[in-house]
Design a binder for this molecule. Sequence first.
Ligand SMILES: *Cc1c(COP(=O)(O)O)cnc(C)c1O
Length: 352
Amino acid sequence: MMNAADIEALVRPNIQQLCPYSTARDEFSGRLGVFLDANESPYPTGWNRYPDPRQKELKARIAPIKGVNAENIFLGNGSDEAIDLVFRVFCTPGEDNVVAMSPSYGMYEVAADINDVKVKHVQLRDDFSLPVEELLAACDGHTKAIFLCSPNNPSGNAIPNETVFEILDRFHGIVVVDEAYIDFCSVPSLLPAIWRFPNLIVLQTFSKARGMAALRLGMAFSQPYIIRLMSMVKYPYNINESTQRLALKALEKPIDREVAEIVAQRIRLVHKFLKFTCIRRIFPSEANFLLVKVDDADALYSHLISDGIIVRNRTKVPGCKDCLRITVGLPEENDKLLLSLERYEKESHIRR
Ligand SMILES: *Cc1c(COP(=O)(O)O)cnc(C)c1O
C-alpha cells in the first residue's frame, strides 16, 4: 500500500514546482459582482463570460451521484484529456514509461507518443483475460503508470475487481482504470476503491451510456492530491460553458432505460449471431459493442460498407485477427445489420 509521500515522489519535478495560472475570479466566488477583471465583453450574448474554470456547480451535481466529494473529481475535455494529463503530470519525457494491456484503447499509446513516453504492451490471453504476473513483471523503476481498461475496448470483457485490487497493492505507481463502458457492465465500478488506494485513478465519460459524445466531457476520480495536480496542469477553461450547462441538464434525466435496452439488444445480437457460419467466435461483452471473429474480416467489412453499415475492422490489431467490433445500435439498426449478414452468407455460399 502506498502513502502520500510515495505518490508525491511519482510526480514530475517540474509539476511539483509548478505555479499554475490563476484567474481573479478564483478570489471572488459571489454570483453578483461587477466583473472588470477578464477583458470580456460586458454585453450579454449568453456566452460573454468565461466559464467556471473549476466547474463547481457541475462537480457538486456529479459528486452525490457518484458517491464522492467534489475534490475527488476532475473534469476533462473528454476522458482523452484526463489520459493526456496522467502523462503530463507523472511521466518525464524520454525517461519514464507506462504499461498498458494489448489490445486496448488506442488513445493511451497516442498520448504516450505525443508526450515522448514509452508504452510497454502486455498481450492479453486468447480469451482477453489479463496475465497479472506478466503485467507486473513488465514494470520497472521508470514505470509511472499502468493503464487498465474495464470493460476493455475492443474486447468487451471486464477485469475482475479482485485482480485490480491485487495490481493496486503490488504496483507502486499510478493505476488508471478506464471505465468508459461501466454503465453496461455487470461488474461493479472500482470508484469506491479510491478511498482505499491513493494510487488509483478511475476514468468515466459522458460519451457512451450518457449519450453526449459531442459535448466532450470526461471524468477522472481519485484522491484530492492527484485531482489537484491534474487541475493545475489543465487549460484553465478546459470545459466550455455550453458543455457545463448541458451536462447539468443531462444529469436530471436517468439513463437506465436506454442502458437496459442496449444490453437487451446486445444479448439479442449474440443469439442471432450464433446462427451465422461466417461468425466464428463471439467474445463475451460487458459493453455496448460486440467483438466477433469472422471468416474474413476485410470481406465482411466491405460488404457491410456497401450496405451503408459501418463497423470497426480490428483485424490489424495484435490479438484481433479477423475481428470486427460492432456497436449495438437501435433495434431497427441492428435489424439492418442482421439482414446484411444474411445476404453476405447467401452470397458467400454461392461463391463457394
Ligand atoms: C470511448 C472511450 C473513451 C471515451 O473518451 P472520451 O474522450 O471521453 O470521449 C474512453 N476510453 C475508452 C476505452 C473508450 O472506448
